[in-house]
Design a protein around this ligand. Structure first.
Ligand code: NAD
Length: 296
């Protein structure tokens, strides 16, 4: 494995590019938006600066890492000679199916095609390609350079060989891979998202306020972040999309998204990335306050 293509340069794509480039892989980062690519490079540079400041890497390591990342706006150009494609574009099933048809046609026949989807069926994505045995889930956690876990998801047709290649590659990145099967939400989001949705219901029903709910889970369960703050961090649109996958996949009312979550996404209150969710985020400041809608 040498040439890695990362599709989508948003929250996850820039982190995935960062960790591959740090280990000396040639990374081609693709996005339809030039602005997203510029922002991704700036974010990677800032995150590397932080590592330099902590003396975990040298300035030379930083320069070498950035040198390993090239940006593209065309999937076809980027996938030439690729060994592995990791798709991390927007969580939308139609978009992912379209992207996988395109990368299947453009990438070399031996390339492994991975997706960082949080919840969409790997088997469904694999079915639109001519190489379902080489399609796999590689679910990184946010923030990618910090979080150790990679959930490696086997689709219905994924071979043992492809799975073990991705398990080994994940270890090369300094991560801990865990192999799971392809059912809605896999393991991480099957458990996490219903908890977040329940926290939103708890707020919606007036059981407690934003800070109270988060404090109970932080201090009571030793979670580093409360579920509402975590939802803001993940992105409320992403949380809603996963909720809908669980609801459609299992057909059980327990997975129905809370109407408050649906309203907030419709109103464009997507959490940290839009500046407001359950909390308000001020650009350039680490301080967060409960959004005015939820202040008592
Ligand atoms: P994001 O919205 O931050 O970024 C998505 C990027 O994809 C955008 O820059 C967008 O321009 C780009 N894009 C859209 N269509 C494209 C196309 N046709 N070709 C190339 N680029 C395209 O989203 P994100 O939070 O980084 O999520 C990306 C994926 O990672 C999703 O599948 C999501 O479910 C998954 N994921 C997210 C998190 C999280 O905490 N945010 C965690 C794990 C997995």
């Amino acid at each position: 494995m040498k040439n890695i293509v990362v599709i989508g340069a948003g929250t996850m794509g820039n982190g995935i590019a960062h960790v591959f480039a740090m280990k000396g892989f040639n990374v081609r980062l693709v996005d339809i938006s030039e602005a997203a690519l510029e922002k991704a490079l700036a974010t990677i540079s800032k995150n590397l600066d932080r590592m330099v400041a902590k003396e975990r890497i040298t300035t030379e390591d930083k320069a070498a890492t950035l040198d390993h990342i090239k940006t593209f706006t065309s999937i076809n150009d980027a996938t030439e000679g690729a060994d592995l494609v990791v798709e991390a574009a927007t969580e939308n099933v139609d978009l992912k199916l379209k992207i996988f048809k395109q990368i299947d046609e453009a990438a070399p026949a031996n390339a492994i095609l991975a997706t960082n989807t949080s919840s969409i069926s790997i088997t469904k994505i694999a079915a639109v390609t001519s190489r379902p045995e080489k399609v796999i889930g590689m679910h990184f956690m946010n923030p990618v350079p910090v979080m150790k876990l990679i959930e490696v998801i086997r689709g219905y047709s994924t071979t043992d060989e492809v799975t073990s290649t991705i398990m080994e590659l994940s270890k090369t990145l300094g991560k801990v891979p865990v192999e799971v099967n392809d059912y809605p939400g896999f393991v991480a989001n099957r458990i996490l998202i219903p908890m977040i949705n329940e926290a939103i219901y708890t707020l919606f029903e007036g059981v407690a306020g934003v800070e109270e709910i988060d404090t109970v889970m932080k201090l009571g369960m030793a979670h580093p972040m409360g579920p509402l703050q975590l939802a803001d961090f993940i992105g409320l649109d992403v949380c809603l999309a996963i909720c809908n996958v669980l609801y459609d996949g299992f057909g059980k009312s327990q997975y129905a998204p809370c109407p408050l979550l649906v309203n907030m996404v419709t109103a464009g209150k997507l959490g940290r990335k839009s500046g407001e969710g359950f909390y308000k985020y001020i650009k350039g400041s680490k301080d967060i306050v409960v959004a005015s809608t939820f202040q008592k």
